[in-house]
Design a protein around this ligand. Structure first.
Ligand code: WQD
Length: 338
């Protein structure tokens, strides 16, 4: 029995491959290498001693997806990470996002519905909630109009999966991530953003390395305790472990609905300034930053109600923000000193 991990050489994907191998699963990775390097395979092997199978495939090629499932007819489950995921880029280039993120999902599901049964884990995002009314955010908080084509592809993806599961033998779990951060404690794998990082933590660690002159803090006039925006920063290793638990739930038929949804966060909100202070504590460095106006499309606050993930999925985040910042910093230093 094999598990397919699409986007398995990416940030969250590679950490999930490690945790799948730790649980004894045989993994086959599909990645188009558009936002990841094949060197990541060696990082995975250095951690687990096991080399995952790898196929370089663009999931927009319907025939290539069909051929893959002919070759690997013993795939029992799929964890689908592969997608374009830069919010800003999606505003500039919406068709790239709709083509890549939607057609790849459709082609995968078209193959899976031919199998006697299939378990499907979908990488979704708290972005679907927009600025939720109530904190902490529960899974039944209303899905609001997407703030970006990227967020819209996650909403549409969830709807496609719900509609498909109703009339096929596919069971699915939708995992709505809050803000994934950090790196594997071995510093063998981590986040490798191409170009100027859009996300807060890689920008902080690159500034810590002197690759960026200073961090721009996008707004300190939010209605929050210190005026900077609040997010739920979840360690990528905790996030990866949740994927394995969700997959096992489906494989063991423990799911109570054809499609289940879980928020994956720590349940604690941290402001931008608190993240900066955490970095300064773990790195013993002063981080240069400047307050700038708010970033277009940003929300004030988002942090998860984790009751459902804790009580139904049986998963709880274990690692702290300081541990996430420390691992992100270790990784940044290692990858720059290679
Ligand atoms: C976090 C906070 C920024 C950079 C996005 C996507 C989400 C997921 C994670 C893909 C915000 C502030 C940031 C900087 C800053 N992506 N910030 N200076 O926007 O919460 O979520 O990334 O799945 O779907 O929406 O994450 O890290 O970009 O920003 O002040 O240089 O840090 O304003 O308040 P975000 P982020």
């Amino acid at each position: 029995m094999k598990i397919l991990v699409t986007g398995g050489l990416g940030f969250i994907g590679s950490h999930t491959v490690v945790e799948l191998q730790n649980e004894g699963f045989e993994v086959v990775i599909i990645d188009d290498l558009s936002n990841a390097s094949e060197d990541v395979i060696q990082g995975i092997v250095n951690i687990t001693g096991k080399k995952p199978l790898f196929e370089k495939i663009d999931l927009r090629e319907k025939a290539a997806v069909k051929d893959f499932f002919k070759k690997y007819n013993d795939v029992a489950g799929v964890i689908h990470f592969a997608a374009s995921k830069a919010v800003g880029e999606s505003v500039e280039n919406p068709l790239l996002y709709y083509e890549n993120n939607i057609s790849s999902l459709v082609y995968l599901l078209q193959e899976l519905k031919e199998k006697p049964e299939a378990s499907f884990i979908f990488s979704s995002s708290c972005t679907v909630y927009g600025q939720a009314e109530k904190m902490p955010i529960t899974e039944d908080a209303p899905v609001q109009a997407a703030m970006s084509p990227y967020g819209n592809t996650k909403q549409i993806g969830e709807e496609i999966i719900n509609d498909t599961a109703k009339v096929t033998n596919i069971s699915a779990i939708l995992l709505r991530y809050f803000n994934p951060v950090g790196a594997h404690p071995s510093a063998e794998i981590g986040e490798l953003p191409l170009g100027v990082p859009q996300n807060l933590v890689p920008f902080i660690t690159q500034t810590g390395m002197g690759l960026r002159q200073e961090l721009s803090v996008f707004g300190n006039d939010y209605p929050t305790p210190d005026g900077t925006a609040v997010r739920d920063y979840i360690h990528v290793v905790d996030l990866a472990k949740a994927h394995v638990i969700a997959l096992q739930r489906l494989l063991n038929k423990k799911n109570v609905q054809k499609v289940e949804t879980f928020n994956l966060g720590t349940g604690t909100g941290s402001s931008v300034l608190e993240v900066i202070h955490s970095f300064e504590k773990v790195s013993d460095k002063k981080l240069p930053y400047i307050i700038k106006p708010r970033r277009e499309g940003d929300i004030t606050e988002a942090y998860a109600n984790t009751d459902k993930a804790n009580n139904v999925l049986g998963w709880k985040a274990q690692l702290t923000l300081d541990e996430a910042m420390s691992s992100a910093w270790e990784w940044e230093q290692k990858v720059r000193n290679k």
